[in-house]
Write a protein that binds this ligand. Structure first.
Ligand SMILES: NC(=O)c1ccc[n+]([C@@H]2O[C@H](COP(=O)([O-])OP(=O)(O)OC[C@H]3O[C@@H](n4cnc5c(N)ncnc54)[C@H](OP(=O)(O)O)[C@@H]3O)[C@@H](O)[C@H]2O)c1
Length: 288
């Protein structure tokens, strides 16, 4: 059960930064963790959930971050047990970066986990300008950011979305071709596929291409080695340098975080109910 409780103030250790939270986001992993769907490796109960964070530095330690600086961070809550849904959070400095200047901290707060997943997976796919990428789930949190980052890199993007209502977002953000039908995808047409949902549209990738899934629960990508296709199920990592790159993309106008709705922390159950209802055009944020 989700509850707001008093907890001891965290003491930052060597190499850590203490941050006063302003906002955070709800991600699918939070809900899977809560539902017990992650299995082995889940931190013990009671636990503080949350991966995303935007806030103000209270103690920068030896990180070079100044007291009062606006920052963003991603905590790998499953690995470390350090959840970000707390007023004060101590995190390793390598997981923290200066927040983008051109958006509010509520908008910045929904960027870290989906943004780093998009960025790190695109880096694995190593697309050059002019190459063709298919994104499955292109209107979702990760897919929508991946679409924008890929376009900023000059990559040509097509989109597979779940419903017609999502098609406009993909087109407005530069997708050339948008469909709800996997059967309408060009056979072996794409240099790479970024699959955010476990759609496993492996026939769409060209021989010798790359196929990255982030849908961990869906299992491995079916083996394509006979066609020379490299496959991976990518796992997001804490990455302050990646966050700085995302902040720069935001400030240059190439990347726009989308907040569907924001709730106060004490409305945490209502926030979750909205998240679980689905059909979101952007993320559910929580403010402190
Ligand atoms: N491996 C990692 O490190 C990592 C990191 C981040 C996220 N993830 C996982 O990646 C998945 C996506 O995360 P997210 O935050 O982007 O979720 P999200 O915001 O819910 O986005 C998923 C999007 O995909 C759409 N969709 C669902 N099934 C589809 C299908 N068969 N074909 C096309 N589109 C489909 C959804 O549409 P509707 O709105 O219609 O449902 C939604 O727009 C989650 O399972 C999450 O746990 C993994």
């Amino acid at each position: 059960m989700l509850r707001v409780v008093d907890a001891p103030q965290p003491e930052p250790g060597p190499g850590e930064v203490l941050i006063r939270s302003i906002a955070t986001g709800i991600n699918p992993v939070d809900d899977k963790t809560r539902a017990g769907a992650i299995g082995e490796g889940t931190p013990p109960l009671p636990m503080t959930l949350g991966w995303d964070l935007a806030g103000i530095v209270v103690d920068g330690g030896d990180s070079g971050l100044r007291v009062g600086e606006r920052v963003v961070a991603m905590s790998h809550q499953l690995d470390s047990g350090r959840g970000t849904w707390a007023d004060l959070v101590a995190l390793p400095a390598r997981a923290v970066a200066a927040a983008p200047q051109s958006v509010s901290l509520v908008e910045a707060a929904i960027l870290p986990l989906p943004g780093l997943t998009a960025l790190q997976t695109l880096n694995w796919l190593a697309l050059s300008a002019g190459e063709r990428l298919l994104i499955a789930g292109a209107a979702g949190a990760v897919g929508g950011l991946a679409l924008q980052i890929a376009r900023a890199r000059g990559v040509r993007v097509d989109a597979l979305v779940s419903r017609n209502a999502h098609a406009g977002f993909a087109r407005d953000h530069g997708a050339d071709f948008v469909t709800t039908h996997p059967g309408a995808l060009e056979q072996r047409g794409y240099d790479a596929v970024f699959d955010t949902v476990g759609a496993f549209v492996t026939e769409a990738v060209a021989d010798g291409g790359r196929y990255a899934s982030i849908a961990t629960q869906a299992g491995p990508v079916p083996d394509q080695s006979s066609r020379g296709v490299r496959t991976v199920v990518n796992q997001v990592r804490e990455d302050g340098a990646g966050l700085a790159e995302l902040a720069d993309l935001v400030d240059r106008g190439s990347l726009r975080p989308r907040v569907h709705a924001a709730f106060g922390l004490h409305e945490i159950r209502a926030a979750h109910a909205r998240f679980l209802q689905g059909g979101l055009a952007g993320k559910v944020a929580m403010t402190f």
